[in-house]
Design a protein around this ligand. Structure first.
Ligand SMILES: [Zn+2]
Length: 79
């Protein structure tokens, strides 16, 4: 598959671990959300795409559904 940024076919796929942080103040009981996306890295320009597994997407949707958006665009706990 060609790089979406430069069109190069010189890409490699790598595993990774990423700690996602949600907008707004960081709390101790919600330090982040770990995911392990597969990365497609362009070895010519560095453009990188990440793909989450379906399970990670489902969990992320649940976490986000438990939060509500404030008028300034940050998320806070829904409780
Ligand atoms: Zn590229």
């Amino acid at each position: 598959m060609a790089c979406k940024a430069c069109g190069s076919a010189n890409e490699t796929k790598l595993g990774s671990e990423v700690n996602l942080h949600f907008p707004g103040p960081m709390s101790l009981d919600e330090p982040g959300f770990f995911v392990f996306p597969k990365l497609a890295v362009c070895l010519d320009c560095g453009f990188t795409q990440a793909t989450l597994t379906e399970r990670e997407l489902c969990l992320l949707r649940r976490v986000l559904a438990g939060r509500r958006q404030t008028p300034i665009g940050n998320y806070t706990d829904a409780a």
